[in-house]
Design a protein. Structure first.
Length: 128
């Protein structure tokens, strides 16, 4: 699935889950600002988790759907919830939701930006 398709799917899910309720008559800039703050929150949660625990790259996440829904949720929450990778996934989900909300073709934007970045100098002319 492309990121653009994923962004539309995520946004549709978030509409159903009520994340945009009450925002119909709110200026779009406010909605975008609110979403950006939620993205920052997820990045901050990833940083905080990293401060507490090293990243464990041996973790292979899954949602054990062979179990009952209640047991699947419990297993995910016990093993994967709030890990660094979980917070990074939340960050991507929030970013893609914003792209879906704004109907941004993020695949094309990323491709164009990568092509541009390839033309730039070492460290893009910065110290770090």
């Amino acid at each position: 699935m492309s990121l653009t398709s994923m962004s539309k799917s995520i946004h549709a899910d978030n509409l159903k889950k009520g994340f945009y309720d009450g925002l119909e008559n709110v200026p779009q800039d406010f909605v975008i600002f609110k979403q950006l703050l939620l993205i920052i929150t997820e990045v901050s949660e990833a940083a905080e988790e990293l401060r507490k625990n090293p990243v464990d790259n041996t973790i292979e996440p899954y949602f054990p759907s062979a179990l009952t829904l209640e047991d699947s949720i419990k297993a995910f929450e016990e093993k994967f919830k709030d890990k660094f990778q979980d917070e990074i996934a939340d960050t991507f989900i929030r970013l893609l939701d914003l792209c879906g909300y704004l109907n941004i073709n993020i695949d094309e934007w990323i491709d164009a930006k990568l092509e541009y970045n390839r033309t730039r100098g070492y460290k893009h002319g910065k110290k770090y």
